[in-house]
Design a protein around this ligand. Structure first.
Ligand code: NAD
Ligand code: WQD
Length: 337
């Protein structure tokens, strides 16, 4: 199939573009390069032996999207494009609602005009909010706690509604837990701009000497070592989950939702120590106050994805750290080398 991948130059998108090419699909990327470099796709091409087509366009520009659909005639869309920083979304919510929610609606309108009705969407575990017990299960009532999460919830609703109204739509809502790691080649990986918001890229930048020390936000949670537990998932496992979801949709119309996670919690300290093992030395850290909005612990019930998609994670915390470190060590400044 020919797959149009929005946000395909970004972190998860570039790994998924590679997985799609390896599975024999053709890939066309639509990205405005707001948070990505075309170098990621050049390297995907190097690894796959065939380079994905890049169309630099903004998802809120319907005329540009019509043009892309007319010229490439894709069979399906995988939709990563959007803004993703929780803290930033509370400061500039309108940008998040415009870029994420309106951007998705313009994408869906362009898809409908082009007669393309298959879409895999990047949702997030953040939609489960703070009221659900863990492990999180897909049937639980959702309720995000910040504008970023609410854009994911809104988009899930839009996609569910259009699939209910028109039986030709095939929709996969994939709720990612905490994606980390990099392709084993060390050629593509996560390249955050500015100070990383997330744990793993921050640790990696400490290890490579770009940051002085890790601050661990809270060591007084009600967990075994006092730090928060999260369900970290290797980005290549996650990418493979998209290929599996796409395969499922070819046989199953309608809207479907799956957690993509490993199904277990790892603490911040455990993650730091696993990364230290990959690096081969201790890394500096200090305990700092809790970060507002953080939940003590959550992880996925990953059984539905296993049953329906015949997909589950295969890469360990150790592999996540080794692969992330190989990428960071070989590319200390990301794609700006
Ligand atoms: P990323 O920022 O690396 O990738 C997003 C890509 O979308 C970037 O390449 C960016 O340039 C592009 N983009 C943004 N707005 C656009 C627009 N209006 N038009 C065209 N392109 C646009 O982020 P990522 O970590 O790869 O995340 C991919 C998706 O997965 C996002 O939707 C994100 O919300 C979701 N997600 C990420 C995580 C995570 O922790 N990384 C967790 C859950 C869900
Ligand atoms: C993990 C743990 C922090 C940085 C976020 C989004 C979520 C999803 C994934 C998009 C927490 C601790 C972190 C640091 C630390 N994204 N930490 N020092 O918050 O679970 O999830 O990314 O959908 O929506 O909220 O991930 O990596 O930021 O934090 O101690 O410098 O690491 O407190 O316990 P989080 P994270």
């Amino acid at each position: 199939m020919k797959i149009l991948v929005t946000g395909g130059a970004g972190y998860i998108g570039s790994h998924t573009a590679l997985a799609l090419l390896e599975a024999g699909h053709d890939v066309v990327v639509v990205d405005n390069l707001y948070n990505a470099s075309p170098e990621s796709l050049r390297r995907v091409g190097e690894l796959a032996g065939v380079e994905p087509v890049l169309e630099v366009a903004d998802l809120t520009d319907e005329a540009a999207l019509d043009d892309v659909f007319a010229r490439h005639a894709p069979d399906a869309v995988i939709h990563f494009g959007g803004l993703k920083a929780v803290g930033e979304s509370t400061r500039i919510p309108l940008d998040y609602y415009f870029n994420n929610t309106s951007g998705t609606i313009s994408l869906l309108r362009a898809m409908e005009r082009a007669g393309v009705k298959t879409i895999v969407f990047s949702s997030s575990a953040t939609v489960y909010g703070e009221h659900n017990p863990y492990p999180y299960m897909e049937h639980m009532e959702i309720g995000a706690m910040n504008p970023y999460g609410r854009t994911k919830e809104q988009i899930e609703d839009v996609l569910t509604d259009i699939a209910a109204a028109d039986g030709e739509w095939r929709v996969a809502l994939l709720r990612y837990f905490n994606p980390v790691g990099a392709h084993e080649s060390g050629r593509i990986g996560e390249d955050p701009q500015g100070i990383p918001n997330n744990l793993m890229p921050f640790i990696a930048q400490v290890a490579v000497g770009r940051r002085e020390k890790l601050q661990i936000f809270g060591n007084d949670y009600d967990t075994a070592d006092g730090t928060c537990l999260r369900d970290y998932i290797h980005v290549v496992d996650l990418a493979e989950g998209h290929v599996a979801a796409l395969n499922y949709l070819t046989e199953h119309p309608g809207a479907h939702r799956w957690n993509l996670g490993g199904g277990a919690g790892t603490s911040v300290l455990e993650m730091l120590h696993a990364f230290e093992k990959a690096v081969g030395r201790e890394l500096p850290y200090e305990f700092a106050p809790r970060r507002p909005g953080d939940l003590p612990a959550f992880w996925a019930d990953a059984s539905n994805a296993k049953m329906d998609l015949e997909w589950s994670v295969t890469r360990s915390i150790e592999t996540m750290c080794e692969d992330h470190w190989r990428w960071q060590k070989n590319n200390p400044n990301g794609y700006a080398n």
